[in-house]
Ligand binder design. Structure first.
Ligand code: COA
Length: 343
């Protein structure tokens, strides 16, 4: 892409959404055959009933390509019109080249720059912040933000504490430049990070600190989680980030039509709803069907909310992500789909 800032930049519009989940359904009953767990425990402690696992030949980019193509079709844009491809993923196909480069090539985004963004389960909201900034500064007109994860690959399928939770999916959004007289766009972002909790959710091996070839145990290559600490953080930060952003935007919780948060655990969503004084029907949840799909969970939930008729043009949406890092990110955006987008 080439950018010359010679005009007034437009407002960034969340123009269209798309998502993809792999076909393979893994039920709690199947999990029960793999590890010492039960459907009753998983449902009571997490709200998850089933999840999707990628096929053996599918990596994160393969899931992301389908979600991206669906979002592009909904937006009515060609791949050539995309200026930047941002892929938020904690499970890239490789350390490098980036998953975004592979995805951009596959969809034919030949005029785009492309890069990965690693903010774990907050990645999609971070990606929206960057897309919004690129568009509103005039650097880009059209940005594709994809959250794509093949977490089942990097989860120890013999560790009951993690294997019942993490799963695979992809979601995508097209962010475009729009006339500020017509589009409200993103009202604001709150992004945060606290590396003091870095060890609470990590994959020890696979980077420069512990290359795969030097890992002592195969389990070093898998997700390690301090569930209790992460749960404590998530319940606190979902409420705090929401309150900070609402206050900064001069809004109250009653101004929000639908909260679409990272689908980590139904208890986290229930707790936040209660603390924020939100009726449960204003907090979208599909975790029972997909588990925790990290950076894919918010765009997947948004796309399903749209397909279920839960999004009405003009709705004010609050998106909240939180997870490994520890990181968090929230944004308030008005749902203003382009005319081709189903609503
Ligand atoms: N089936 C049955 N028992 C399990 C289990 C499973 N799948 N996973 C863990 N347990 C056991 C533990 O071994 C522990 O047993 P013990 O008491 O004999 O040691 C017991 O259940 C309680 O473990 P605990 O971790 O205290 O359970 P919990 O109520 O906190 O629930 C999580 C565990 C993981 C569901 C919960 O901590 C959680 O949701 N954390 C946040 C996870 C998350 O959202 N991560 C991603 C953030 S982006």
């Amino acid at each position: 892409m080439i950018s010359v800032r010679n005009g007034r930049p437009g407002r960034a519009r969340l123009a269209a959404l798309g998502a993809y989940v792999p076909e393979r359904v893994v039920t709690n009953a199947e999990m029960q055959e793999r590890v010492d767990t039960s459907d009753a425990w998983i449902v009571a402690r997490t709200g998850i009933r089933e999840r999707r696992f990628a096929a053996p030949d599918q990596a994160s980019s393969d899931l992301g390509v389908i979600a991206a193509e669906r979002a592009m079709a909904a937006a009515g844009i060609s791949a050539e019109s995309i200026d930047m491809v941002i892929v938020a993923t904690a499970t890239p196909d490789h350390l490098f080249p980036s998953t975004a480069v592979l995805l951009a090539h596959r969809i034919g985004a030949r005029n785009a720059g492309a890069y990965d963004l690693l903010a774990a389960c907050s990645g999609f909201v971070y990606g929206l912040a960057q897309a919004s900034a690129l568009v509103e500064s005039g650097i880009a007109r059209t940005v594709l933000v994809v959250g794509a994860e093949a977490l089942s690959r990097l989860t120890d399928q013999t560790d009951r504490a993690t294997c019942v939770i993490f799963a695979d999916a992809a979601g995508a959004a097209v962010v475009t430049s729009a006339d500020p007289r017509e589009v409200t766009g993103f009202l604001g972002f709150e992004l945060g990070a606290d590396g003091a909790g870095a060890d609470d959710l990590l994959i020890p091996a696979g980077g420069s600190r512990m290359p795969v070839a030097m890992a002592e145990r195969p389990s070093d290559g898998y997700i390690r989680m301090n569930g209790t600490e992460v749960f404590r953080f998530a319940t606190r930060i979902m409420v705090e980030s929401t309150e900070r952003l609402l206050a900064a935007a001069g809004l109250g919780i009653d101004d929000i039509d639908l909260v679409v948060a990272h689908q980590a655990n139904s208890r986290i969503l229930d707790h936040a709803a209660e603390r924020l004084g939100l009726a449960s029907e204003r907090v979208y949840s599909n975790i029972e069907r997909y588990g925790n799909t990290s950076s894919a969970s918010i765009p997947l939930a948004l796309t399903e909310a749209r397909d279920e008729g839960r999004l009405t043009p003009g709705d004010l949406l609050l998106l909240v992500g939180f997870g490994g890092g520890l990181t968090w990110g929230s944004t308030i955006v008005r749902y203003e789909p382009v005319s081709g987008e189903p609503s």
